[in-house]
Ligand binder design. Structure first.
Ligand code: XMP
Length: 522
């Protein structure tokens, strides 16, 4: 069956570059409707015909419609006869393209705002009543000042007299606020009113459907080609491997690259799982010398990431030759990796760090990428993993970054330091499991600091390293809070580490949230 036939209710999300566009997709999918995010400049009359969406949502974005050459939606978007919802910049461009007017406002709104519901509207059905004030989240400078023909205003706020507008005949709706973020308490229900109520989507899309759809896509892309897939031990690459195996069977070879910077027991766990449970062809490559050789003396975090990304590709290319020539490299890249590494237009962007699955890869790579999880958040990957029957012990694993312990060791990387860190990390995780906390924490790990402090053990002076413990709660890794342990737990873990790991004589706990910190230290 063709992908389009499987997905009878598809919603298209046109991306104008907002940091939160993917949350729209998430909300829509959570309500059981398949959707795709496409950059505004890739949406054409032709692509719309092929995708045949049942509804279109236009995202926010950083540009101003008042500037020259800023993004616009293809005119065909408004001629398809399907419902369209514009959000923030999406509202402004809709208004401007349909003959209304937008102006820069002195009254900017950022953060929480209240919307007065001035008229009934299909978006508000069953949620917002006429005459009430409703909490929303705004983030805008420009605002609509004159509506195109056919529109009426249905909600106003202090900074946006046209906070919500509707043209019910054409089924065009637009809001200045962001319904996709959790700070708009009824936002998900508003989006649902649009997709289910206005557009009539049935909401029968599930992870099972995503699995089928991705399998079909992979088959189409790969054809008779050979794929190699880097297994890192994390849930993402494990899910990719199992999904690909289902799609293309023995055209797939998995490569577990032991970088020498893995956690204690990692290699055995991963190789064991795949050898014992799956009939997937698996190469276990011990590349510790190669990685550590290239990283000798390197202290800068971005340089570490780039070297590791490059070395991974060297290894994959070698392994590709060993299997008689591969055409594709499969990776477990997730959406947060994509937005933190590149801008949506691929131009110069605010790169927070070069996640090795994305920005860290050198351009010279000869293998084409297959990234079936590119649109998913971590919790969605876990759902997919369960759908594919992966053991819970794997599905529930904390994320582990491709660059491994290298980015948990500020300063240069040596085998000795890696051994110390591995031991401390294993003890810390063991204590977390013993306390029944593992599944409550998004990610926990030890960091070895390039700082030595004075201590006393028995009757002797010590001058050893400091170990920092990190644990965060999060739903998608994009934002995170430090985990609130009780002090007794921390005392116990610290005590064991200091007593059992030679080379560490002091332990500290990291109480930084993201933002302003990131989860990893580098
Ligand atoms: P940060 O440190 O950016 O991390 O807050 C967010 C999440 O991404 C993981 N991470 C990576 N994962 N390759 C990966 O596969 C990478 O290069 C990478 N860097 C960070 C990190 O562990 C956290 O879960």
């Amino acid at each position: 069956m063709a992908i389009n036939e499987m997905m009878s209710d598809s919603v298209l999300i046109i991306d104008f570059g907002s940091q939160v566009t993917q949350l729209i997709a998430r909300r829509v999918r959570e309500s059981g409707v398949y959707c795709e995010v496409q950059p505004f400049n890739k949406v054409t009359g032709e692509s719309l015909k092929v995708f045949a969406p049942r509804a279109i949502i236009m995202s926010g974005g950083p540009a101003s419609v008042l500037d020259i050459d800023t993004p616009r939606a293809a005119e065909e978007v408004f001629a398809l006869g399907v419902p369209v919802l514009g959000i923030c910049y999406g509202q402004q461009t809709m208004v401007e393209q349909l003959g209304g007017e937008v102006q820069t406002s002195d009254h900017r709104e950022f953060g929480r705002a209240m919307v007065n519901v001035t008229e009934a509207c299909a978006l508000f059905d069953g949620i917002w009543r006429l005459g009430t004030e409703e909490e929303v989240w705004m983030s805008h400078g420009d605002r609509v000042v004159r509506l195109p023909d056919g529109f009426r205003v249905v909600g106003t706020s202090e900074g946006a007299p046209y906070a919500a507008i509707a043209d019910e005949d054409r089924r065009f709706y637009a809001v200045q606020f962001h319904p996709e973020v959790v700070h708009t308490p009824n936002g998900a229900a508003l989006l649902r009113n649009f997709t289910h109520g206005v557009a009539g989507c049935r909401g029968d899309w599930t992870m099972a459907a995503f699995r089928e759809q991705e399998i079909a896509k992979v088959r189409e892309k790969v054809g008779n080609g050979r794929v190699i897939c880097g297994l890192s031990g994390g849930v993402d690459s494990s899910v990719v491997a199992v999904l690909l195996h289902e799609a293309i069977g023995d055209q797939l070879t998995c490569v577990f690259v032991d970088t020498g910077m893995m956690r204690l027991g990692e290699a055995d766990d991963v190789v064991g799982l795949f050898r014992d449970h799956y009939n997937i062809s698996l190469v276990h490559r011990d590349a510790g010398d190669m990685f550590l050789g290239k990283l000798e003396g390197i202290k800068d975090p971005e340089q570490k990431r780039k070297i590791i990304g490059g070395t991974f590709i060297d290894v994959f290319e070698e392994e590709a030759r060993n299997v008689g020539g591969a055409d594709f490299l499969a990776q477990g890249t997730l959406y947060p990796d994509v937005i933190e590494s590149v801008s949506f237009r691929g131009g110069p962007s605010v790169t927070i760090k070069s996640h090795h699955n994305v920005g860290g890869l050198p351009e010279r790579m000869n293998l084409e990428l297959v990234e079936p999880l590119r649109e998913l958040f971590k919790d969605e990957v876990r759902k997919l993993g369960r759908e594919l029957g992966l053991p819970e012990s794997f599905v529930g694993r904390h994320p582990f970054p491709g660059p491994g312990l290298a980015i948990r060791m500020p300063g240069d990387i040596t085998r000795e330091k890696l051994d110390i860190l591995r031991k401390a990390d294993a003890i810390y995780l063991q204590e977390i499991r013993n306390a029944g906390l593992y599944d409550k924490i998004w990610q926990a790990f030890a960091v070895l600091l390039p700082v030595q402090t004075v201590g006393v053990m028995g009757d002797s002076r010590t001058y050893d390293s400091v170990c920092a413990l990190r644990a965060v709660s999060s739903t998608d890794g994009m934002t995170a809070d430090f985990f609130h342990y009780d002090m007794e737990f921390l005392g116990r873990a610290a005590n064991r580490i200091i007593n059992e790991v030679r080379g560490i004589n002091r332990v500290v706990y990291d109480i930084t949230s993201k933002p302003p910190g990131t989860i990893e230290w580098e």
